[in-house]
Design a binder for this molecule. Structure first.
Ligand SMILES: [Fe+2]
Ligand SMILES: [Fe+2]
Length: 252
């Protein structure tokens, strides 16, 4: 019987088993199910019926690394980001090239959405997440890099990434909203900050490069306004996004 189960059936069974081991009912948002090709979410009554005697999880998910009571951006780097090497390598590249701290910060945070939240439109999500806490130049650049990375700029030696040809195929063309965003960004006063993200974006990941978050803690301290309540526990317009990373499986 067990042998007849497919890999995904076994993963589902394991997940089901793990859910029962937990004290509270962990819920998957629709978005998590969409990523599995399924439009839906389990209703409250259905979850209660499947888990007699339990209540819904309304806080930290015990399966995830525990976050401090007042989390900082560095805590998210350490406990919630799936990987940090790409961000640290890009920021290191910008640092070594002698760019200013706004550019370095923008490079350090440019793909923050990819590593912590969602890939689709990651420049927009990432910019929104950091907007209340950084200089407008930094968040603008993070947003604009979404579009700029598809367009060359010979003045700084940026060509369309070879990797994108492999990833998306030679015939891929960005959607009209990306083209329009690029056209607008080209004449913006912060254009070069966003362009420098793409220049310092390390597409070819070097597994031997030595990078360390500790090298950037001071730059983060000077360029990211850490809320005293804890990042996500404050009342900024994007605090809820950080809270969602803090407690991704809360029922409500
Ligand atoms: Fe990116
Ligand atoms: Fe990147």
């Amino acid at each position: 019987m067990t042998q007849a189960m497919t890999l995904s059936e076994r993963a589902d069974a394991l997940e089901e088993h793990m859910m029962h081991e937990l004290e509270h009912i962990v819920t998957k948002s629709v978005l998590f199910n969409l990523a599995d090709g399924y439009v839906g979410t389990e209703s409250g009554p259905a979850l209660m019926a499947k888990n007699p005697g339990k209540t819904m999880l309304m806080g930290a998910d015990p399966r995830l690394p525990q976050m401090p009571e007042k989390p900082t951006l560095v805590d998210y780097f350490r406990c919630r980001f799936a990987s940090t090497a790409h961000l640290l390598q890009s920021a290191t590249h910008a640092l070594k090239a002698g760019h200013n701290e706004k550019v370095i910060t923008a490079c350090l945070l440019h793909d923050i959405a990819v590593v912590s939240f969602i890939r689709c439109d990651h420049g927009y999500w990432g910019a929104q997440m950091i907007e209340p806490y950084v200089d407008e130049e930094v968040s603008w650049a993070v947003r604009a890099h979404q579009a700029l990375r598809f367009f060359p700029d010979e003045s700084v030696g940026y060509a369309y990434p070879e990797m994108y040809v492999r990833y998306f195929g030679p015939d891929y063309r960005p959607e009209p909203y990306i083209v329009a965003e690029y056209e607008r960004a080209r004449n913006h006063r912060h254009y070069m900050t966003a362009r420098l993200i793409t220049v310092n974006d390390i597409y070819s990941f070097d597994p031997n490069a030595k990078v360390n978050l500790d090298d950037f803690v001071d730059i983060i301290g000077r360029n990211f306004r850490q809320p005293k309540e804890g990042l996500g526990l404050d009342s900024s317009p994007s605090a809820h996004m950080w809270r969602t990373m803090l407690w991704p499986t809360r029922f409500l």
